[in-house]
Design a protein around this ligand. Structure first.
Ligand SMILES: Cc1ncc(COP(=O)(O)O)c(C=O)c1O
Length: 391
């Protein structure tokens, strides 16, 4: 099956739901058993990791069918859903480490994931070393006897460094460490984590899977070997995803393979247009020929989403702010992956500890939505006019 067919069909079982094409919202906390034997059997199924209906916390069909679809589309063994993308980044780490362990985390990691490492992991006696996202096979030099986990995010969702995941995974596995990837930018369609050595792959489903900016949710898909650690920690920390949210995420999934090419095409067209403006230092879009990370992107990715960064030549940040304020079609807001375009300022230098941010000019991040590309370019052109007036 091709991706468009998978996203349309997987995780649907109309025969179980009176023929309904989409699995209805299945809300439940208590789920009754007919007799004690069934009760005991359901508990055994739960312990064996089978998606049963023993208690709503471990999921109902609304959640299980979405997990089933996402695991297969991303190419892993099984999937667990979480109440946010951030929970999907942080809680699974706890399934693989204990006090006295060491983890390696990319310096380009999503800010709140970084904070979790420096606060919660540190409190538990787990040491974090942040590493250069472009380190590749050189990560071997940072592995210690107690390094249990290497956390990657490729490309970084603010600074867009593409990581050499196969090289990092080979070095991590040689030292017995688990490799986690925040694969939100790559999406389950455009980067296939398990073909590149990843053990545990995260999606902030909030972004392209939900696709409509109305649900917060995360998913974690992993290999068979990594499953016991993930399953246990998810249960122990009481992680789940609400049936109504699962319904909306499943609805988003059905159109994802058709939406993504538009985000990809529009993002690239915008990036090309922005790169031609004289005030622009560099456009951080891995799919843009000549941009940083383009060769690795070409080697490992099957496509690109609509998110990219822009570094302006040195100028007062208020000129960058004037550009963003003048945009009418790009909202100023956190998150991305919805149908709408966004633009936000960012300051990368203040987020680094292992590497230096080499650019001096102000930066902004763009999400290309589903609007017509000509309208987006015309709006961006208006932003550049406003920026020039503020110089
Ligand atoms: C790369 C990345 N990972 C994880 C998250 C967290 O997702 P959520 O907002 O659903 O907690 C985000 C959110 O912006 C993100 O950009």
């Amino acid at each position: 099956m091709r991706e468009e067919t998978k996203t349309t069909h997987l995780g649907r079982h109309p025969e179980r739901f009176a023929g309904a094409v989409s699995t209805p919202v299945f809300r439940a906390s208590t789920i009754l058993s007919a007799d004690v034997a069934e009760w005991e059997q359901k508990k055994r199924d739960r312990a064996d990791g089978k998606p049963g209906t023993y208690y709503g916390l471990s999921g109902t069909p609304s959640r299980h069918l979405l997990e089933e679809a996402l695991a297969e589309i991303e190419g892993g063994y099984k999937c667990q859903l979480y109440p946010s993308g951030l929970a999907a980044c942080t809680i699974p780490i706890l399934g693989y480490v204990r006090a006295g362990d060491h983890v390696l985390v990319t310096d380009s990691v999503y800010g709140p994931t970084r904070r979790f490492c420096t606060t919660q992991l540190a409190r538990l006696g787990v040491e974090t070393t942040f590493y250069d996202p472009l380190i590749g096979a050189g990560i071997k030099q940072l592995m210690r006897s107690n390094t249990r986990l290497v956390f990657t995010e490729s490309p970084g969702s603010l600074t867009f460094e593409v990581q050499d995941i196969p090289a990092i995974a080979a070095a991590a596995h040689a030292a017995g460490a688990v490799v986690m990837l925040d694969n939100t930018w790559g999406t389950p369609l455009y980067f296939k984590p398990f073909e590149h050595g990843v053990d545990v792959s995260i999606q902030a489903t909030t972004k392209y899977i939900v696709g409509h900016s109305d649900v917060i949710m995360g998913s974690v898909t992993c290999t068979r070997e990594a499953w016991p650690g993930l399953d246990a920690v998810t249960t122990d920390y009481g992680q789940t995803a609400a049936p109504d949210d699962c319904f909306l995420a499943a609805r988003g999934l059905r159109s994802m393979a058709r939406r993504l090419p538009i985000h990809w095409e529009s993002g690239l067209r915008l990036a090309e247009w922005i790169a031609q403006q004289p005030e622009v230092e560099v456009v951080l879009h891995p799919a843009l020929p000549g941009a940083p990370g383009h060769d690795l992107w070409k080697r490992d990715f099957r496509g690109a989403c609509g998110l990219f960064g822009v570094v302006l030549k040195p100028m007062a940040p208020r000129a960058r702010d004037a550009l963003i304020d003048a945009l009418e079609l790009f909202g100023i807001g956190a998150s991305w992956g919805g149908f709408e375009s966004l633009a936000i300022p960012f300051d990368a230098a203040s987020l680094r500890t292992a590497t230096r941010w080499h650019y001096a000019g102000p930066c902004f991040r763009v999400h290309a939505g589903l609007e017509h590309i000509d309208d987006l370019i015309a709006d961006m052109a208006g932003g550049f006019v406003a920026m020039r007036a503020a110089l």
